[in-house]
Write a protein that binds this ligand. Structure first.
Ligand code: PAF
Length: 275
């Protein structure tokens, strides 16, 4: 596995085609194994799997967890090596962002709801760094998890609107045994919060299986299950159209239930298709 830390080196690398990129912020876990596995499947034996690890300051709102976000460098490197990654791009903050940077990439429609409302500027940060990674590493395809449903939709839109010649590959959410979606932020949870966090998956399943047509009923049911946990504090529970991310009133085959819930200081997100 080749490890590269500068943009100049990354751009100078001759590489096998197709190159499939898995952009990450590190603190790698079993969901990343799945993203890398799918990347390898698409790259084939002759192609290349590239992983980027960069904790992107631009996508953290002021006062959020940028400073304490886990950065287990050695473990991540080993993880990538064991997963059969060909190229690890691991730049430092100053390498990616000039001090006087003044150009950003902003998607303005899908970004305006849900996470975008709760975390202003978040998707501008995501789009900017992903566009930069695409320019630096020139992948033929890129792999993203469906746990970050809105992120996937926003990046797909950016790829379409800015004519990146990159195939977007979506990977279903990987879950722990009790159903909690794998996330680097799960490690912030104390044992009691971790136990209670499984209500999220329970709420998604209850809402999905109830077969209700009214979005308000679905939302009400999910909220009720989440509120069984004394420690849960709901940020949002919404039913939206999977393409536009606009709220819907009547559930259809294209509806998705999305939620964000705090346990203590830790904010977790999850989602499910409703049909
Ligand atoms: O999903 C993530 O880990 C990040 O948002 C991403 C796509 C790597 C951009 O920093």
């Amino acid at each position: 596995m080749k490890i590269v830390t500068t943009i100049a080196d990354a751009q100078a690398q001759p590489h096998a085609k197709p190159r499939v990129l898995v952009p990450t912020m590190g603190a790698l876990h079993k969901a990343h194994s799945e993203l890398i596995r799918i990347a390898r499947e698409h790259a084939g034996r002759d192609g290349e799997v590239a992983v980027s690890i960069f904790v992107n300051p631009l996508q953290f709102e002021p006062g959020s967890d940028y400073e304490r976000y886990p950065r287990p460098e050695k473990a991540d490197e080993e993880f990538c090596r064991n997963a059969g990654v060909d190229l690890l791009f691991r730049p430092l903050r100053d390498e990616v962002y000039e001090a006087d940077r003044s150009t950003f990439v902003e998607e303005t429609s899908l970004s305006s709801t849900l996470e975008g409302k709760s975390r202003p500027g978040h998707f501008r940060g995501v789009c900017t760094v992903v566009a930069k990674l695409f320019n630096i590493l020139a992948p033929d395809a890129a792999v993203f998890g469906e746990k970050d449903f809105q992120q996937l939709a926003v990046i797909r839109r950016m790829v379409r609107d800015l004519n990146f010649k990159i195939d977007m590959i979506a990977v279903p959410t990987v879950r722990e045994e009790d159903g909690l979606a794998c996330s680097s932020r799960n490690q912030y949870l104390n044992p009691e919060e971790r136990k209670q966090a499984m209500v999220l998956h329970k709420a998604l399943l209850a809402a999905k299986n109830a077969g209700k047509k009214s979005a308000n009923d679905v939302i009400g049911l999910a909220q009720k299950v989440i509120n069984e946990s004394a420690q849960a504090r709901i940020d949002y529970v919404e039913v939206a159209d999977a393409e536009t991310l606009k709220p819907v009133e009547v559930v259809s085959t294209n509806s998705v239930l999305l939620l964000a819930v705090f346990f203590g200081k830790t904010r977790l997100i999850d989602n499910t298709r409703l049909a």
